[in-house]
Design a protein around this ligand. Structure first.
Ligand code: SF4
Length: 373
């Protein structure tokens, strides 16, 4: 059964305009994420993994610029072309349709607000009418048939845009709304298996361990049940036992929420354990993509083969990939891996190899398997 495509990146080109020259960070990247799958995006530092994910969120920082291609995202609105969305559509898409978690969770948590305030804010931005409806329902239950206070909530529901803090204070109903939000915050903290979620909700980021801070960030990302979660090396800097817990949690999210997850990592062990499919990046290009089992058991692209060979194994020594990643300022012509590839041919110097399907669902960009020779 073929799964629905939730994100589709086609021919994406991103440049960074620096004083040293134009860095051609992404050179026609193609990658897709399907419903309910975990796609591993692997490659060395500087291969373009994070720039690809930031492009999907339209968060490429200056001096970066998206120069070409398209990004399709299945959203709750009619607009699906991320590159054509206006600022307000982008703001509502981030958090509601797609969320992201990062490798330094504390850097993304505000040190002066509690966990409850920070997760609650995300919920209030995207789910305010839903909370007000709940608040009306509980008030009506308590107050038999509705009072002035419940009527005020109803009025706010009719025009959710006017639901500012001022209005809530004026009607003296802020605490009811806060109680509704707190219930949801505790629920989402429970879903990421945080022990004693009521207590953690009242904590500040400096009171959390590294693993706990990452769980809070994941909870914040899940606060609005987004269809897509981008995880950018979320286990880097965590010790191995906490890493294993976070990986289990990501698996659980896929199972319980049917989330589609783009998991960025340079750790092939994590990909083998966690992912359904994998896309391999090298110097701004996706060079191979396919089912994780198939690629690990029969890699086609010489770069992926070399990556697998470079994994240290007891008694087998260690084989590194010769050479270094090429500069992306005025990069070499043809295949960007050719200076490090022991199979390089004349054609590899001239024209970039096309990205073609070699077996069902298994794509690679390499002249060893044909192309325009
Ligand atoms: Fe090597 Fe040529 Fe294939 Fe590039 S296209 S990986 S240089 S054989």
């Amino acid at each position: 059964m073929s799964l629905k495509t939730i994100v589709e990146v086609k021919d994406l080109t991103v440049n960074f305009y620096t004083y040293a020259g134009v860095v051609e960070a992404l050179d026609g990247v193609n990658v897709s994420l399907r419903e309910g799958e975990i796609l591993g995006l692997v490659g060395e530092t500087g291969s373009g993994k994070s720039v690809t994910s930031l492009s999907v969120m339209m968060l490429v920082p200056p001096p970066g610029r998206i120069e070409g291609g398209s990004i399709y995202l299945e959203t709750s609105k009619d607009e699906n072309d991320v590159l054509l969305m206006d600022d307000s559509t982008l703001r509502s898409m981030r958090g509601k349709d797609i969320s992201m978690i990062f490798q330094e969770p504390r850097a993304y948590l505000n040190p002066v607000y509690t966990v409850e305030d920070q997760i609650g804010e995300v919920m209030l931005v995207h789910r305010r009418p839903e909370f007000l409806k709940n608040a009306v329902a509980s008030l009506e239950k308590k107050e038999k048939g509705g009072t002035i206070e419940a009527n005020n909530y109803r009025r706010m529901l009719r025009s959710p845009r006017s639901l500012g803090t001022r209005l809530l204070q004026r009607f003296g109903s802020k605490k009811n709304l806060k109680a509704e939000v707190r219930k949801e915050v505790v629920k989402v903290l429970k879903s990421v298996e945080i022990p004693d979620p009521e207590r953690v909700a009242g904590m500040y980021p400096h009171e959390l361990s590294g693993g706990m801070a990452q769980r809070v960030l994941i909870a914040m990302a899940l606060a609005c049940n987004p269809k897509v979660l981008i995880a950018d090396e979320p286990t880097t800097n965590l010790d191995v036992t906490v890493q294993a817990q976070i990986l289990n949690l990501v698996r659980l999210l896929k199972k319980n929420y049917n989330s589609s997850i783009l998991y960025i990592t340079h750790d092939l062990g994590v990909v083998a354990q966690l992912c359904d499919r994998v896309a391999v990046m090298y110097a701004g290009n996706v060079v191979e993509t396919g089912d994780v089992f198939e690629i690990f058991s029969g890699p086609l692209h010489p770069y992926m083969r070399a990556l697998l060979d470079s994994i240290p194994r007891p008694g087998k020594g260690f084989r590194s990939i010769p050479g270094i990643v090429p500069s992306l300022i005025d990069p070499i012509s043809g295949c960007r891996f050719r200076d490090r590839c022991s199979y390089a041919m004349e054609i590899c110097q001239k024209v970039k190899p096309p990205f073609v399907e070699l077996k069902k669902g298994h794509f690679a960009a390499c002249y060893l398997y044909g192309g325009s020779q």
